[in-house]
Design a protein around this ligand. Structure first.
Ligand code: HEM
Length: 513
């Protein structure tokens, strides 16, 4: 098969993501704002690119935001960063599209933004939300197709503390907001062992203003569906089963290679890190018209290890996708899939097997013992003995944080603590994770907290559908009935220590009902 020119705009600008016949995770970053030439055209000359889908994608984003406010969050300390992001992106747009867009400084903090594609001309005062008409991150995501996350850098870590994310590929921004970069990547297989994420973290912490970088990530999506967030799983999850039964021509039309072009930009005034996610999709039937892409994608899909295919949610149809692409050309059918050993999920909290030592450098000590488990009482007694010899010590014994009285008592005690106190918590997983989350809420930092879990049978579960946290008996990977909305939900191996919960979303059979 030969490539037929001219290409449609969508194919010519598609960021084909495979430099080799085999794909593995890597810290694949490169300097941005320079054209990347492909077998069909090029992409990436500008940081922010506008295409034929501009108005349709912005309209879809507006609908999603109106229906689900959890897709937009700006923690109070990120307000300056949101303004910084707004001005940085307006400058990028005005430079890339001078005929249609401009940014003019009228004097001091007064600015004029003009976007002829949307018939928009707005005067605003930097830092004054009323003059802009809305929160700056919400405003700027009404002008660009990119989703945006803003990361705060503090204590040598990056935290995703703001964003507008409407086109998430199988994750939940509402759940992840406030989490650290390392915690967010907890569910991704292999990357911890291979050091990909720690290298990326080190790289991002050193990133300087005016030196934007970019990377690509990919998966597959059934239908041209931008919003495949955890929240909308009941709408799109059943397609993974349905696609196995459709005829070949429909398969090639429906299955899309989905590529994210992600930009990493240090904002000049606030010092926050801006993460832009732009989503492109190309159906296999169009991808197959570019011979080198067809042949390479067939090999990549066939060879992809099972744990990566499973994590990407494509395990049920990636073999068929590989065969479909192979059959669409003259190349031989790719060799059988090589399965590599699966490593345990890194998205789980790591609890110590024995009660950890008391940090005797604390100024005072609060020991919280929750539940009737004999090992709980034993750990608490051991801690009390050591702590008493080091400083003022208080022991709080509670039954369960599901009771209002115990919950109030713990929160009250936290509020009375002074700086420099050490908090040691023991009990079942639900009680320990909840007590730790409330300690963070009360201003504690990780170095002040010690935990010992004596019973793993329960956990705090955040349901992506009723958006509340509940105690359930269950384990990551298991299916339970959500006590809030009564859906059957699967508990994911993805936890947010500061929120004190595991993420859960509709299980397979619930999704299709
Ligand atoms: C150089 C920087 C980065 C690298 C190398 C990197 C790497 C990765 C990889 C390999 C995955 C798995 C993707 C897949 O198999 O489809 C992933 C997922 C993800 N990344 Fe990153 N990433 C980077 C930056 C970021 C940033 C700045 C954010 C901030 C929001 C982010 C948020 C996520 C999220 C939310 C997921 C999905 C996790 C889930 O399953 O819940 N990444 N990343």
């Amino acid at each position: 098969m030969t490539t037929v020119l001219p290409m449609s705009g969508r194919i010519a600008a598609f960021p084909f993501p495979f430099p080799e016949d085999r794909y593995r995770y890597s810290t694949n970053v490169e300097p941005a704002a320079r054209p990347n030439v492909t077998a069909a055209g090029q992409w990436g000359a500008a940081v922010v690119e506008i295409d034929d889908d501009y108005r349709a994608e912005l309209a879809e984003r507006a609908e999603i935001l109106a229906a689900d406010p959890t897709r937009h969050a700006v923690l109070p300390h990120m307000r300056p960063a949101a303004w910084d992001a707004l001005l940085t992106l307006m400058r990028e747009l005005a430079t890339a599209y001078p005929g249609q867009m401009s940014l003019e400084q009228l004097g001091g903090d007064e600015w004029r933004w003009r976007n002829e594609l949307l018939g928009e001309c707005r005067d605003f005062r930097y830092g004054d939300e009323a003059s802009l008409g809305q929160e700056p991150l919400a405003y700027i995501t009404s002008q660009v197709q990119e989703d945006i996350a803003l990361l705060d850098q503090r204590n040598d870590q990056l935290y995703v503390d703001a964003g507008v994310v409407t086109f998430a590929a199988d994750w939940s921004f509402g759940f992840d907001v406030g989490m650290s970069f390392l915690e967010i990547h907890g569910p991704v297989p292999r990357v911890r062992k291979e050091g990909v994420i720690t290298r990326a973290h080190d790289f991002l912490k050193r990133l300087q203003p005016h030196q934007p970088y970019r990377r690509t990530n990919w998966t597959m999506t059934i239908g041209r569906r931008l919003d495949v967030s955890t929240e909308r799983y009941p709408d799109w999850g059943p397609d993974r089963e349905m696609i196995r039964c459709v005829p070949d021509d429909e398969f090639g039309r429906l299955v899309h290679l989905r590529v994210e072009v992600q930009h990493l930009i240090r904002l000049p005034d606030s010092g926050a890190l801006m993460f832009l996610i732009r989503t492109y999709m190309l159906p296999l039937e169009e991808l197959a018209t570019v011979e080198p892409w067809r042949a390479r994608a067939a090999k990549v899909f066939a060879e992809l290890p099972d744990d990566m295919a499973d994590y990407k949610g494509i395990i049920k149809y990636r073999d068929r996708a590989a065969q479909w692409l192979a059959a669409a050309g003259e190349s031989v059918v790719p060799e059988a899939v090589v399965t590599e050993p699966v490593t345990p999920s890194p998205g789980l909290p790591e609890w110590p097997a024995m009660p950890p030592e008391v940090d005797v450098s604390g100024a005072s000590f609060l020991i919280v013992s929750i539940g009737q488990e004999p090992r709980t009482a034993h750990a608490a007694r051991t801690w009390v003995r050591t702590a008493e010899s080091a400083g003022p010590t208080r022991l709080l014994v509670l039954d369960s944080l599901t009771t209002a009285a115990d919950a109030a008592s713990l929160r009250q005690t936290y509020n009375e603590l002074r700086t420099g106190s050490r908090i040691l918590v023991t009990g079942s997983q639900y009680n320990v994770m909840t007590a730790l989350a409330w300690a963070y809420d009360a201003g504690a930092i990780s170095a002040e907290l010690t935990a010992f879990v004596t019973d793993l049978s329960d956990l705090p579960m955040y349901c992506a559908h009723c958006r509340d946290t509940h105690r359930v008996i269950g384990a990551p990977g298991g299916v339970v009935e959500c006590p809030g909305c009564a859906r059957r939900v699967e508990i994911h191996a993805h936890h947010a220590p500061r929120l004190g919960s595991f993420l859960a979303s509709a299980a397979g059979e619930e999704a299709s009902s």
